[in-house]
Design a protein around this ligand. Structure first.
Ligand SMILES: C[S@@+](CC[C@H](N)C(=O)[O-])C[C@H]1O[C@@H](n2cnc3c(N)ncnc32)[C@H](O)[C@@H]1O
Length: 217
């Protein structure tokens, strides 16, 4: 009941807040060509993709708020192809995408390294992965609280984890980190607001432009 009816609405309401929209816009500025988004959720990134995107393919095992998603998809200026599958086994050929995106999703995917290996596989050699995630604090006192509260967050957030080191997961999957910005999201308690915003390359080539805006927020 909670997971099907309450959580998707709560998630959509929280994650479409003004500050989150600014964060999405910043991250997605360099997205271009044919893009893969893992953990599509309720489509909150759609209005923030730039005009350089020609098509969007999305995966998410859960069909969340389908009416809201349909409205958002209808307003997108590019074709959107949705598949209800897990990111750990992507149904695409190798080297399909120019860009891949994950926002607030690596916290929840049961096997994030496997999903990121799949992302790497389906990216073209010159492709890039853009990510915006909350995760483990560098402050050991905060990290300890994240560990303690993780079981509650797991239930309340339907599988969400507070304590994953996102940059390490990305590297472990063989993607080359080009940069990572670490900051605390204003107005959010540090246990849930420790942010990782970054770009990783399929093959270690440099992306012409970094996510826009002040990177040391
Ligand atoms: C907190 S929501 C974020 C949604 C969206 N990315 C956003 O930024 O608003 C996490 C999403 O990850 C999805 N998810 C969970 N397990 C997944 C998996 N194995 N593969 C892909 N997505 C998954 C959930 O269904 C949910 O939509």
């Amino acid at each position: 009941m909670y997971a099907t009816y309450i959580f998707p609405r709560l998630m959509d309401w929280v994650l479409r807040g003004e500050r989150f929209q600014t964060e999405r816009q910043r991250l997605l500025t360099p997205a271009q060509g044919v893009v893969l988004e893992i953990g599509f959720g309720t489509g909150l990134n759609l209005p923030h993709y730039p005009r350089t995107v020609t098509a969007l393919h999305t995966v998410d095992p859960a069909p969340l708020l389908p009416d809201r998603v349909a409205c958002r998809v209808a307003q997108a200026p590019f074709p959107v192809h949705i598949q209800h599958v897990s990111a750990e086994t992507l149904p695409y050929d190798d080297a399909t995408f120019d860009c891949a995106v994950s926002t607030f999703t690596l916290c929840t995917i049961p096997d994030p390294v496997m999903a990121l290996r799949e992302v790497r596989r389906v990216l073209k050699p010159e492709g890039h992965f853009l990510f915006l995630e909350h995760g483990r604090s560098d402050d050991s006192a905060i990290a300890r609280w994240q560990d303690r509260l993780n079981p509650f967050q797991n239930w309340f957030g339907c599988g969400c984890n507070l304590n994953r080191r996102i940059d390490q997961l990305v590297s472990e999957a063989g993607l080359q980190l080009e940069h990572v910005d670490r900051y605390v999201l204003p107005g959010v308690p540090r246990i849930g607001g420790e942010m990782y915003r970054g770009v990783a390359a399929r093959n270690g080539t440099c992306l012409a432009s970094k996510p826009a805006g002040n990177m040391s927020t």
